[in-house]
Write a protein that binds this ligand. Sequence first.
Ligand SMILES: [Zn+2]
Length: 184
Amino acid sequence: MCTFCGSSLLGGVDVCRHCTETVPAYTNHRSVFLYQGRAATLIVDFKGRGYKQLATYFAESLAAILPDCDLLVPVPFRPESVRRRPFDPVTLIVRELSNVQGLPQASLLRRRPGKSQKSLNRAARLTNLKNALYVRPGMHATVSGARICLIDDVFTTGATVDECARVLRHSGASEVYARTVAMD
Ligand SMILES: [Zn+2]
């Protein structure tokens, strides 16, 4: 397993090709599930069909892999995606996780409108993300010195969590971890 992003590796190496080329801004990332089979079905039910009760299950699963941290922060949704969905799935999971763990949570990050990351390759994703993510005005004091754990639903290329981590580190976070429900 890659020390940084948590992707599976064949024996003998500790760091994957992507993380060798560009060391991520997050300390490490881990997922509960692989994005396949039953886990993928549950995530689709949760996000696509609005089975909100699954947030508790995902939160309890994430609790088992949480690092030692001060604050939970959801990876921000794209403004356009909220219009299509009556709730933000990641915010829901983070609220549940905050309850389960007794840890504070704060939506510190915002994302400016932009293209969906889904249709883009890794390089295009990074360009698309640049300047799209920022710390909410007035929240810099909360970020400063904090050990933050970013939470997202699905980890695909890792470009989004990496950029979130970069922004938080730039604002003075002492440590930024990333935990996701499933890894694609
Ligand atoms: Zn890696």
